[in-house]
Design a protein around this ligand. Structure first.
Ligand code: FES
Length: 111
């Protein structure tokens, strides 16, 4: 089995992401959308809709969900699962320390 090392990448302050907005982090393997909800919860998902590749970071965040900007599929930010479709977006571990967001780059950059 392949061991993934934890490496927390500093994505900047929580306040740098607008409420109900997102920013993207590019890793060698994928682009990741880091979302901030209206309640200041932070989630990280692959920035690629499993339907036709829409950029989820440009979707509309409501509650703990995001709607894809292309065809409006809605995904749970916590699980990555689509609400009405049989599809799932990969999610990644994040943590907040002293107001800054850290993304587990070990997982995010792995296969
Ligand atoms: S590309 Fe996201 S719903 Fe179609």
């Amino acid at each position: 089995m392949h061991d993934v090392k934890t490496y927390w990448f500093d994505c900047g302050p929580v306040t740098a992401i607008p409420l109900r907005g997102a920013r993207t982090v590019v890793t060698p393997r994928r682009e990741i959308a880091v979302f901030r909800t209206a309640n200041n919860d932070i989630f990280a998902l692959e920035n690629k809709c499993p339907h036709k590749g829409g950029p989820l970071s440009e979707g509309i965040v409501h509650g703990h969900k995001v709607a894809c900007p292309l065809h409006n599929w809605v995904f749970d930010l916590e699980s990555g699962e689509a609400l009405a479709e049989k599809a799932c977006v990969r999610t990644f571990p994040v943590k907040i320390e002293r107001g800054r967001i850290y993304l587990d780059m070990g997982v995010a950059a792995s296969g």
